[in-house]
Design a protein around this ligand. Structure first.
Ligand SMILES: *Cc1c(COP(=O)(O)O)cnc(C)c1O
Length: 420
């Protein structure tokens, strides 16, 4: 049973304390397959919940607009030094509030309103902030979206190059939110060079895999690298930007004063702690485990007749096309949740169904790996999923599976949650 360690919240606000306890129970008892989620360590959570949240620090270390930065400067410089060491980056900014603001800062650093930009289209696995129409990045810039190939659902570099030559983007995005394969950063670099575009790699999902050495790094290839800090990287919710020295001033000025006020110093401390964890050898084993588990889960699903976008995975996530199972993604996701397995419905490339009711299901292995599960558990999970998708309305079966899931989870207590 999870337990809040500090009684202060329970005394002051039992309602919120109880809701947090319920969320701890949910995260303990369920198999969390949302590819962008993870379990931050207790150390990361503690730094993030610290008094550093009380301090205002507009500016950068040594050049702040308020006094009293004796401690905060050290925290931010440590976070920067560790991220630089981890990724081999020339310049690092850890102040973006999250992944989306980090990306906005890149637009502000390199583009004027209305400038042409090019990114992977959302239905093909891209992110909203890479120029999708409903996002500010699609409204304030002349964005175009490249896609994946129909035959193998891999990024269509002919399409990238054709659109780049036609539209001459100021900014070329590579980076994905629902794409199960490795990214060829060098190929994007060639195209960016051909049209004189700034190349930005958004590694929000895969930063932990890059840091752990199981995905190629864009650092040194792309002009700018943006990321969240809370997905495979397993830090607090936050953002960071890595860039070449020549772009350091433009990026720093875009983050502050261009886009934000005071940095979230408690988050910065959490990033420093997470980066310290990622510098340890155990993190490499975790990153390798994430990929090994995804491959084992993909194999187990394929052998149970599931269709996987691109036929499998190289990274932490799997995109299932449920068309042949004749179950819509949303129906499957909701039934799985009732069975204690939490995922999200997702569009698949060339999806004939609507984004709010698509054909696919996105799943990932970071959270399961963080709690110590391995290939054996992935096979059991594939069995559970198979049973749920065969009859998503069989409520007694869903309840029975939820019980088995809870039983399985009890052997793998997750990091960050203190068990009483
Ligand atoms: C998650 C994600 C983001 C946005 O991060 P937020 O912290 O949710 O704003 C940006 N880019 C990609 C590729 C992502 O997957």
């Amino acid at each position: 049973m999870p337990a809040l360690t500090d009684p202060a919240l329970k005394d002051a606000d039992p309602t919120i304390a109880e809701l947090i306890a319920q969320e701890e129970r949910r995260e303990t008892d369920k198999l969390r397959l949302i590819a962008s989620e993870n379990y931050a360590s207790r150390a990361v959570l503690e730094a993030t919940g610290s008094v550093l949240a009380n301090k205002y620090s507009e500016g950068y270390a040594g050049k702040r607009y308020y006094e009293g930065q004796q401690i905060v400067d050290q925290v931010e410089l440590l976070a920067i030094a560790r991220i630089r060491e981890l990724f081999g980056a020339e310049h690092v900014n850890v102040q973006p509030y999250s992944g989306s603001p980090a990306n906005l800062a890149v637009y502000l650093a390199f583009c004027q309103p209305g400038d042409p930009v090019l990114g992977l289209a959302l239905p093909a696995g891209g992110h909203l902030t890479h120029g999708w129409g409903v996002s500010i990045t699609g409204k304030y810039f002349a964005s175009q979206g490249y896609g994946v190939r129909r035959e193998d659902q891999r990024i269509d570099f002919d399409d990238v190059r054709r659109l780049a030559l036609e539209h001459r983007p100021k900014l070329l995005w590579c980076g994905t939110t629902a794409y199960p394969r490795l990214l060829d950063f060098a190929r994007f670099r060639e195209i960016a060079d051909e049209v004189g575009a700034i190349l930005c790699a958004d590694i929000a999902h895969i930063a932990g895999l890059v840091a752990g050495g199981v995905h190629p790094s864009p650092v040194g290839i792309a002009d700018v690298v943006t990321s969240t800090t809370h997905k495979t990287f397993r830090g607090p919710r936050g953002g960071m930007i890595l860039c070449k020295e020549e772009h350091a001033r433009a990026i720093d000025r875009a983050v502050f004063p261009g886009l934000q006020g005071g940095p979230h110093n408690h988050t910065t401390a959490g990033i420093a702690v997470a980066a310290g964890e990622a510098l340890k050898p155990e993190f490499k084993s975790y990153a390798q485990g994430v990929v090994d588990n995804a491959k084992a889960l993909a194999e187990a699903l394929l052998s149970r007749g599931f269709d996987l976008v691109t036929g499998g995975t190289d990274n932490h996530l799997i995109l299932i096309d449920l068309t042949s199972k004749q179950v819509p993604g949303k129906v499957a996701a909701q039934a799985l949740d009732r069975a204690g397995i939490v995922a999200n419905y997702n569009s698949v490339p060339f999806d004939p169904r609507k984004p709010f009711d698509p054909s696919g299901l996105r799943i990932g292995t970071p959270s399961l790996t963080s709690r110590g599960m391995g290939p054996g558990e992935m096979v059991r999970l594939a069995d559970f999923m198979d049973q749920v998708v065969k009859d998503p309305s069989d409520e007694p079966a869903l309840a029975r599976i939820a019980g088995e899931v809870r039983e399985l989870c009890s052997s793998f207590p997750p990091p960050g949650i203190i068990q009483a």
